[in-house]
Design a protein around this ligand. Structure first.
Ligand SMILES: O=C(O)CCC(=O)C(=O)O
Ligand SMILES: [Fe+2]
Length: 303
């Protein structure tokens, strides 16, 4: 998406690779966020455990992730603290992007693999891009579970993503992790700004050291945030598109139907078959927002 970054060189790099690395927090700010995390320990209520019975229970999550904490109070506190420090710093790079979700991501030793994924879509990706600022609070490398990304994979796959929508690359995890990932070996306080549609992954923390990071998800200014929810009606799987605000993500349960949100569109879900060879070809396609009107339907873009 044009015009996201103040600096045209950074914009170019982001458009090409789907991510850029920047300097973000000072040493004092890094220490502040580490301290805050442990000071708030007693306020966390652990991962949510109840799931919509129609759908499979997700696999065990072995890292701590603020977004799925059962305490809304805790989520709000983390959000406010992260936004207060991050927003003015991020504004130096991005044009007034708006925060919607903030997370601490903590991997205890020998745990915490984050399976390969694309983040959920938070905006209409045919028109806009949302980003995540991923900022480790410790120096990061492969062995302690640094973020890994597939450069250039943003906006090439699955523009419609949400918690219940089967992911079209799920079965290619092993091959892609083995062949295509680049590790974000960055210092504490540096950050990766990634397009939420980039394919990424992180291995378990195989060290005895701390592995703590912050993720701040942001959307472009004056653009509605959307949420894709899958339902089944009369044997047909459907995608419902809701327009949602920042408050929605505070109370929301990832695996339940959204309540009280504005439904703006509904369309049929269609399964897509992609093998590794096809994935390689799709990597070379234009980004979804550059592909022209003929392809602007869910059915078309996936072929
Ligand atoms: O910290 C991690 O390993 C996961 C980060 C991630 O998935 C994200 O920032 O979107
Ligand atoms: Fe992610």
């Amino acid at each position: 998406m044009k015009g996201m970054f103040h600096d045209s060189e950074i914009q170019k790099k982001f458009d090409r690779d789907g991510y850029v690395i920047i300097d973000l927090l000072s040493k004092e700010q890094v220490d502040y966020f580490i301290k805050q995390y442990f000071d708030m320990e007693s306020e966390r209520k652990g991962n949510k455990e109840d799931y919509d019975i129609k759908f499979e229970k997700p696999k065990e999550i072995t890292y701590e992730f603020t977004f799925i904490d059962a305490s809304v109070e805790y989520k709000k506190k983390v959000f406010n603290k992260v936004v207060q420090e991050f927003k003015p710093l991020v504004d130096k790079y991005l044009v007034d992007f708006q925060p919607i979700i903030a997370n601490y991501i903590h991997k205890t030793s020998y745990k915490g693999e984050v399976p390969m994924h694309q983040n959920w879509a938070f905006v209409d990706e045919w028109k806009y891009s949302s980003i995540s600022v991923w900022c480790p609070l410790v120096d990061s490398f492969k062995e302690n579970g640094a973020l890994q990304v597939v450069p250039g994979s943003h906006k090439r796959f699955a523009p419609v993503r949400g918690p219940l929508i089967p992911w079209e690359l799920e079965h290619l995890k092993e091959d892609i992790i083995k062949n295509d990932m680049v590790t974000m070996s960055i210092k504490a306080g540096q950050a990766v700004i990634l397009d939420d549609s980039i394919i990424h992954y992180s291995a378990p923390n195989m060290t005895d050291g701390l592995r703590l990071a912050i993720q701040l998800i942001m959307i472009p200014p004056r653009v509605p945030s959307i949420h894709y929810h899958m339902t089944e009606e009369d044997g047909q799987k459907k995608i419902k598109v809701y327009e949602v605000d920042q408050e929605f993500y505070m109370n929301f349960h990832p695996w339940l139907k959204p309540k009280g949100q504005k439904l703006v569109d509904t369309f049929n879900y269609k399964k897509v078959d992609i093998d590794y060879e096809k994935y390689k070809k799709m990597m070379k396609r234009k980004a979804v927002h550059e592909r022209g009107l003929l392809e602007l339907t869910f059915d078309k873009i996936i072929s």
